[in-house]
Design a protein around this ligand. Structure first.
Ligand code: UDP
Length: 319
């Protein structure tokens, strides 16, 4: 297959690109290196089936050219990371909404399948867990940037579903829960690379809030496998899927596990959310995906345990 991966120099994108090339596909990447890094794809530069353009998806000509050459578009170019979104609210909304509109519009010209990488942030601060694809979204006030991000990704989903219904564009929407693995940077807020780096340097581990909030972390290899499985399943067309792991951990436990794995003498510091992010910041107490739909559709099962994922990330940072 010929694939366009927007955001292909990012953490998830670059792993997806590698998997596509490994199975013999031809790949085009568009990435403006805003949160992605060239070093994530530098090792692929000489691959005969790998092509890239360092540019923004807001440039229609760039998107039109790349979509016309591809059979399927994996749309990952987006603002990502709670810290990044709070620091760059305008750019985040513009990239996520306008960028997705442009990608869908050009993919529609050739009726190329689009895989929209959405997010568990869609669910907002929903209390009932695990989250099911059909659950209500519960969001806070517009003065909190996090909810703007959540809404922008919801608009992306609405747009994709509208193109599917009105224009018969093949689309698949995946709501990724916390994804982690090698190449992820802690720069934009993600907790695992931040804790691992802090632990290896024997700096204090910065637990936000009381640390009792929980998340489920999924290795990027499981996410890539899930996405590739969905693209090949006709029943996935026009559907929304949760994708991630359902192994739950509290952030406090995570800090302790990482300290143990790295034999670190770091302290664990508790930092109020207001200081860590912005005034009035709201966090989810629990976030667990209901994976029933993807399990029954493609037989997906996460294969990398949290322990193994942490071992991989620690080894990566040590290197
Ligand atoms: N977190 C933390 N310390 C950090 C970074 C994040 O305690 O240095 C917390 C964050 O408040 C959240 C959880 O870890 O409760 C996961 O954060 P991340 O940004 O990785 O993903 P989120 O689930 O918030 O999108």
């Amino acid at each position: 297959m010929k694939a366009l991966v927007t955001g292909g120099a990012g953490f998830i994108g670059s792993h997806l690109v590698e998997s596509l090339l490994d199975r013999g596909d031809e790949v085009w990447v568009i990435d403006d290196l805003s949160t992605g890094r060239f070093e994530n794809i530098a090792h692929l530069e000489s691959h005969p089936k790998f092509h890239y353009t360092i540019d923004t998806i807001l440039d229609e000509r760039v998107v039109a050219d790349a979509t016309s050459k591809s059979d399927v578009v994996f749309h990952l170019a987006a603002a990502v990371g709670v810290a990044y979104i709070i620091d760059n609210p305008l750019k985040s909304l513009e990239t996520n909404i306008k960028g997705t509109e442009i990608v869908l519009q050009h993919a529609n010209e050739g009726k190329k399948m689009v895989v929209i990488f959405s997010t568990s942030e869609i669910y907002g601060k929903a209390n009932s867990q695990p989250c099911k694809e059909t659950d209500d979204r519960i969001l806070g006030t517009t003065t909190i940037s996090r909810w703007g991000y959540s809404s922008s990704k919801a608009i992306d989903e609405f747009l994709a579903l509208a193109y599917h219904r009105e224009k018969k564009l093949p689309v698949v929407i995946v709501r990724c829960f916390n994804t982690c693995g090698t190449r992820q940077t802690g720069q934009y807020g993600m907790v695992i690379p931040r804790f691992v780096k802090q632990a290896l340097l024997d700096h204090p581990l910065t637990v936000y809030g009381d640390g009792k909030q929980t998340r489920c972390f999924c290795d990027v290899s499981d996410v890539v496998r899930g996405v590739l499985g969905l693209v090949e399943e006709p029943a996935a067309n026009g559907e929304v899927f949760n994708l991630g792991s359902d192994e739950e951990t509290s952030i406090e436990e995570l800090a302790e596990r990482i300290k143990e794995l790295t034999a670190s003498v770091s302290s664990v510091d508790y930092i109020p959310y207001d200081k860590a992010y912005e005034q009035g910041f709201e966090d989810m107490r629990r976030r667990v995906p209901d994976l029933t739909k993807i399990r029954t559709t493609i037989g997906y099962e996460p294969q990398v345990s949290l322990q193994e994922l942490l071992e991989r990330v620690v080894a990566h940072f040590k290197r």
